[in-house]
Write a protein that binds this ligand. Structure first.
Ligand SMILES: Nc1ncnc2c1ncn2[C@@H]1O[C@H](COP(=O)(O)OP(=O)(O)OP(=O)(O)O)[C@@H](O)[C@H]1O
Length: 327
């Protein structure tokens, strides 16, 4: 693929799901007109954060071409991913944009030696012509995640820790030399004591290998620690987006403020507290006209019930809230 200014441009992407029965069903907008860019010449860690059901995974699946959008486009290095039809194009795209999943134990068959996955990936993407030539490629990928082929060769998943397995999953993703990793809650199933090393690994991949990462999490503490920018999602909408320091130190959207307050101060003991669940609000909030946060917002105004707020730019960050509408 050629060089382009933007690595990724998400343009007004929307995904609706039909829920319930044929006659009694409803439409749930899991992602609503999301847009953001990532620069090609400036690797970054971009976090999508928000409570459960805010649309983070749906947005990730849309970018990965795993779901078809209802509306909008996703442009990777100048190519609209949403129009990919041919397998060859899909393989070229997958080579450059790789997913990392939440549960490393599910990513590997317990009856299969883990190195086989790495060799198969090298072959499938045509990185090497034969398995005989793959040792160096596999070893290099493992070394980028702090392991080696010698340590991993011939071992089954149960012989490795969750942290090691997640590293191997990252190594596997690196074999095709991707420019973008999409990591959906990559540390939440990993033992607490090993999480920081995985989080640091993403930072290291960005700094030393120029790999950009879309990091999806509930956890604002790790988001703060590794991200360059952050987008806060609420019921399918990106409600605040900007530099992580700015958004999390001085949040503007009342929802970002609430999320921040739900997280304890990042003492080493408590920083990993995970889920922020508000699931009883979920269905009501998705169906709400106007801002989805009106039922919980301490600053709610009449206008908020009537129409979706626009994206306002305040001090270089985007915030979707009438409090910041130009007077
Ligand atoms: N295939 C589907 N059919 C119907 N509804 C779906 C489907 N996939 C997701 N949803 C709904 O879309 C909304 C957003 O879900 P999504 O998984 O993207 O949120 P999330 O922020 O990633 O949550 P979590 O952190 O719990 O994974 C939820 O209400 C979910 O139930």
């Amino acid at each position: 693929m050629e060089n382009h200014e933007k690595l990724l441009a998400v343009k007004g992407i929307t995904k609706e799901f039909h829920i319930g029965g044929v006659f009694t069903g409803a439409t749930l907008t899991a992602v609503h007109e999301a847009h953001f860019d990532m620069e090609a010449d400036k690797p970054e860690i971009f976090t999508l954060a928000g409570e459960s059901g805010s649309g983070k995974s749906t947005l990730a699946r849309l970018i990965l071409h795993d779901l078809e959008p209802t509306q909008g486009s996703i442009v990777y290095e100048g190519h609209d991913v949403t129009t990919i039809k041919r397998r060859k194009e899909l393989m070229q795209f997958m080579q450059k944009v790789q997913p990392i999943f939440q549960n490393p134990f599910e990513a590997f068959n317990p009856l299969k030696k883990v190195d086989r996955y790495l060799y198969a990936t090298a072959m499938n993407f045509g990185v090497v012509k034969s398995r005989k030539n793959a040792d160096e490629v596999v070893d290099n990928a493992l070394k980028s995640v702090g392991l080696s082929l010698q340590e991993v060769r011939g071992r089954y998943p149960h012989e490795l820790s969750g942290g090691q397995l997640q590293r191997i999953a990252v190594a596997r993703a690196l074999i095709s030399q991707p420019r973008l990793l999409i990591a959906d809650e990559p540390v939440s199933m990993v033992d607490a004591s090993l999480r920081m090393s995985i989080v640091n690994l993403f930072k290291d991949l960005k700094d030393t290998h120029g790999v950009s990462v879309i990091y999806i999490t509930h956890d604002l503490a790790t988001a703060y620690y590794i991200s360059d920018r952050i987008a806060i999602m609420l019921r399918g909408n990106i409600v605040e987006m900007g530099h992580v320091e700015q958004v999390l130190s001085e949040p503007l959207h009342p929802y970002t403020k609430l999320l921040k307050e739900s997280v304890p101060e990042p003492t080493t003991k408590e920083r990993w507290r995970e889920k922020i669940q508000f699931s009883t609000f979920e269905v009501k909030e998705f169906a709400r006209v106007g801002c989805k946060f009106t039922g919980r917002c301490p600053c709610v105004m009449d206008i908020c019930h009537k129409e979706d707020p626009k994206d306002y730019v305040v001090d270089g960050r985007m915030v979707k809230c009438y409090l910041y509408a130009e007077k």
